[in-house]
Design a protein around this ligand. Structure first.
Ligand code: M6R
Length: 606
């Protein structure tokens, strides 16, 4: 979704913001822009397209000034266009704003402002914010003009919905930021060294400090690893001296945290794409996640009357794996919910433990479901990859999956790390230990299937309909495999528990339709899978068999031979060839796997 960057300090703002925006590209966007303030004036450059395209047209780095804001926009209100791109300005051109989220009551405010003579140039909800701040500036206490902070404070108090804002004002050496529901982090930059020998040399004109703001941590890693995280209801002023936080009008201190991620971890390091880099990183990230301590969460779970496990997309698939494991290993029942359906459907109260799974820890649907559960007295365990994320901050126990930054929009290594942690958790609730000797070697064997998956992707390069089937723990793996293919290869892929085929979808299995059958021999139901595979073959389906059983492999037109693995660890291995299949299918069709169309890494609007 939209990405925000803010900078104030001793460097030229535009090139600094430009670099940070590039590091935010993975969030997904359709237009980009930067505004800086210099000599009492604001200059804006923005347009539709990727940052590189906008830069080619407008030279985004060529803006004077040491304070500025930047934005990547994922269109909600108004089509992707130059006029709707951010930053947006007020009538005077002395205020500029960037926004992530949706102002739900913008129409009512817009009508009011139109009556007062404000002129709107875009179709966005955001533009009301900048005009409202302009209006508020005119009406301070007594006859005075309001201060910049006061005007922003008064404006955000009017908004319903989710937002993160960064606002710039001509002639003011500061940025004002506000957050409600959409993420914003404050980054503490490097002060100039007094000796002039530090990272930046001292000069009379630009000496001092520097401060950053951004939608998330990876955007700023090349400048800082020291962050403070804004909470809902916070307003922050950053200037060269630092950051001043207030919460609902009162000054407040927010903890400064040092993150362990480095800028290098968020680079491609010789790989052509982040997606394939992150698939390969599973050789380290899975064993690391299997070592994570889940003790506190297991204790909460043992004491809970009801367990709900919630997430969206890939994280939801991890929830389904968990539900199955918890039943099989610990004999406990968990309800698995797509987070956006939770509020309307779930019965929640004191005694319920909600396990919220989200790699970003910022997904709005998951956040709102958690808020609902807490309001009804439930306890929350958060499973996230991002230290300091909103979900992690508001929970009773917090498990970091430790996968390192995931830059590719599609979740790969974070899925297996979620599943690894949840497997450990299910075992801990059951009072059992995990046997993982030799598992790294198996991950390596499966990653070495890359050339085979590439070959299969090539032979299927003109195929646009796929079926994925599995039973038990392999059913959510099938769903995740199909999702990967849809997301980056843009083909139609359906996933079913194999037993469901006969109840409808079998009518679609005809000559040449590929059926990807996930059938580990350790699964109790693998004999039944053989029957399901035969049914598909009898109707002309072409089978891709993923198995460690020679009988099942024999049925495949494509045979993906897997190493033997215990049932509980099977999802961790079986998803890898499917991630590889999606990656190579994407390349075969000439798409960019790192930035799939219409999708965003962190979904911060409902
Ligand atoms: O950050 P989250 O895990 O909460 O994100 C949830 C989904 O938006 C995410 O898994 C999405 O489905 C990805 N594009 C999967 O590749």
């Amino acid at each position: 979704m939209c990405g925000i960057v803010g900078y104030i300090g001793y460097r030229k703002a535009a090139p600094t913001i430009f670099g940070c925006l590039k590091a935010l590209e993975y969030r997904g966007y359709d237009s980009a822009g930067i505004a800086t303030s210099h000599d009492g004036r604001i200059t804006v450059k923005r347009d539709v397209g990727k940052i590189a395209e906008v830069h080619k047209k407008h030279d985004l780095e060529d803006l004077e000034g040491h304070a500025g804001i930047g934005h990547t926009r994922w269109a909600t209100h108004g089509a992707p266009s130059q006029l709707n791109a951010h930053p947006l300005c007020d009538c005077t051109g002395r205020l500029a704003i960037v926004h992530n989220g949706v102002i739900e009551n913008y129409m009512e405010i817009k009508h009011e402002l139109l009556r007062k003579g404000h002129k709107f140039k875009s179709e966005t909800d955001t533009e009301v914010a900048v005009h409202l701040i302009e209006e508020n500036l005119k009406h301070g206490a007594g006859r005075k003009q309001a201060s910049f902070e006061e005007a922003v404070r008064k404006a955000v108090a009017r908004f319903r919905g989710n937002y993160a804002f960064a606002v710039l004002k001509a002639g003011e050496d500061k940025l004002v930021l506000a957050r409600n529901g959409s993420p914003l982090v404050i980054g503490f930059g490097n002060p100039l060294s007094a000796s002039g020998k530090g990272p930046h040399s001292r000069s009379a004109e630009n000496e001092g400090n520097e401060m950053f703001a951004a939608s998330d941590v990876p955007a700023l890693l090349s400048h800082t690893r020291d962050f403070a995280f804004m909470e809902d209801g916070d307003l922050v002023v950053i200037d060269r001296r630092g950051a001043r936080f207030e919460h609902e009008g009162r000054p407040i201190k927010r903890k400064r945290m040092h993150v362990s991620w480095t800028a290098k971890m968020a680079q491609k390091e010789g790989y052509p794409h982040f997606t394939i880099k992150e698939i390969n990183e599973q050789i380290l990230s899975i064993p690391a996640a299997l070592r994570v301590d889940v003790g506190k969460a297991a204790k909460l779970m043992r004491g809970a009357r009801h367990i709900h496990v919630i997430g969206c997309g890939t994280s939801y698939h991890a929830c389904l794996v968990f539900r199955h494991l918890l039943a099989r290993l610990a004999g406990r029942e968990a309800e698995a919910w797509v987070a956006s359906e939770y509020k309307e459907g779930a019965v929640v109260g004191p005694g319920t433990l909600v396990v919220a799974v989200s790699q970003s820890g910022e997904t709005i649907d998951t956040m709102l479901a958690v808020k609902h559960a807490r309001a009804h007295g439930a306890k929350v365990v958060a499973i996230t990859n991002v230290v300091g994320s909103s979900l992690a901050r508001g929970s009773d126990a917090n498990i970091y999956i430790g996968a390192g930054p995931e830059v590719g929009v599609v979740a790969t290594k974070t899925f297996t790390s979620q599943v690894a942690v949840l497997t450990k958790l299910a075992l801990a609730v059951a009072g059992k230990k995990l046997a993982i000797n030799g598992f790294s070697k198996k991950i390596k064997t499966v990653l070495a299937l890359a050339p085979k998956m590439k070959e299969i992707a090539h032979s299927l390069r003109t195929t646009n309909d796929y079926f994925f089937i599995g039973r038990g723990l392999a059913a959510p793996v099938a769903m995740e495999g199909a999702l990967k293919l849809k997301e980056i290869a843009y083909v139609h892929a359906e996933a079913y528990p194999a037993g469901e085929l006969k109840h409808g979808p079998l009518s679609l299995i005809a000559d040449g339709v590929p059926v990807i059958a996930i059938a580990p021999a350790s699964g109790e139901t693998h004999h039944k899978m053989l029957g399901n595979i035969k049914e598909c073959k009898a109707r002309g389906g072409k089978i891709m068999a993923l198995s460690d059983s020679p009988h099942l492999l024999e049925e495949g037109k494509w045979k993906v031979a897997m190493p033997p693995v215990s049932e509980e660890l099977s999802p961790l291995l079986y998803i890898i060839p499917l991630q590889l299949l999606a990656y190579y299918s994407c390349l075969e069709r000439g798409h960019d796997p790192d930035k799939p169309r219409n999708l965003a890494k962190s979904v911060t609007v409902e």
